[in-house]
Design a protein around this ligand. Structure first.
Ligand code: RRO
Length: 303
């Protein structure tokens, strides 16, 4: 199942979704056993910002039928903290490291990309463009023109592979994907979480009182899988760069469906909260599906 993705050699197509697997905590919990059987073929870091952030007040999670809403709010040590404290630990992982960054202006994103580019331990950069533009309130990644401007600005700053993590909260996701590709992205990844709201479960008011400390949040898990399939399929028809597909993947069959829809790599997110070894299991299930039929399309006919 080995593959090349943006010049990175991956042992199989299963990676983690940014922010859904804490490899440093897992290393502390499982010791060297984690390095011997790392669940993913590349590790994607949680999003980092220029300055440290505390994140949103609690509660930060709400369970929904077949999914959850998170409003974590980007807690992170900031660029300097990440480079000084997290990077040395993440560099010990036995797989390529993809660092995910977010900024609220093109200048901020450019500073992050330049700093990350300077570190040889980092193999690729993922741009999280689900950040509201302070003027319009819309996510930077929701407006193809704004997205193109940001990607064009940072593209010359790094020779590392640049993956643009698209927002699903946009009227035309394939147009955003195309804008990213035209501006020089090496790959796109999707879907991030769907904007969602959880009213307080016990207190009814009008307008409703939010349960989540951050007000609204992002929905993930099995409930969003069909949305992910639709968006990956539509983006694959529009761009020729490789796609990292994700959204509600909980088993090998789900991973095969995203590959059939046009993804080259599949990320596992919410399922890892339920089962930290989900990546290993899903990779094995995908391997068994491939072994049975020899190719992805046949695998689907066999199901
Ligand atoms: O930290 C978060 O609350 C968060 C981020 Br940055 C993101 O990209 N997607 C998400 O569901 N939560």
């Amino acid at each position: 199942m080995a593959l090349a993705f943006c010049g990175l050699d991956l042992a199989h197509p299963i990676v983690n979704g940014s922010g859904t697997y804490d490899a440093i905590a897992a290393r502390r919990a499982f010791g060297d056993a984690l390095l011997e059987a790392f669940p993913f073929s590349a590790f994607v870091s949680k999003t980092i910002t220029l300055k440290p952030r505390d994140g949103n007040p609690p509660p930060r999670l709400f369970e929904t039928p077949a999914g959850m809403i998170n409003s974590i709010g980007l807690p992170n040590k900031g660029l300097e903290g990440y480079l000084a404290h997290d990077l040395p630990e993440l560099a010990r992982l036995p797989v390529p490291l993809i660092t995910n960054v977010m900024g609220s202006t093109a200048d901020e994103i450019a500073q992050l990309v330049e700093a990350v580019d300077a570190r040889a331990e980092i193999d690729a950069i993922e741009l999280n463009v689900s950040c509201p533009n302070v003027k319009t309130g819309l996510d930077i990644g929701a407006d193809p023109r704004e997205l193109a401007a940001v990607v064009a600005r940072v593209r010359p700053l790094t020779a590392k592979p640049l993956i643009v993590k698209l927002t699903p909260n946009a009227s035309d996701v394939p147009a955003a994907a195309q804008a990213a590709e035209d501006a020089g992205a090496d790959a796109v990844s999707l879907i991030n979480t769907l904007r969602a709201f959880a009213p307080h479960p016990r207190i009814r008011t009008r307008p409703p009182r939010p349960w989540l400390g951050g007000g609204t949040g992002g929905m993930s898990g099995p409930a969003v899988r069909a949305v992910a399939l639709a968006q990956v399929r539509a983006v694959a028809e529009r761009v020729s760069v490789p796609i990292v597909g994700m959204g509600g993947v909980a088993n090998g069959h789900h991973a095969a469906q995203l590959l059939d829809a046009g993804a080259t790599v599949v990320a596992v997110g919410t399922e890892s909260f339920r089962d930290p070894a989900a990546g290993t299991r899903i990779q094995r299930e995908l391997h068994d599906l491939f072994a049975k039929s020899g190719n992805i399309a046949q695998t689907v006919r066999d199901v």
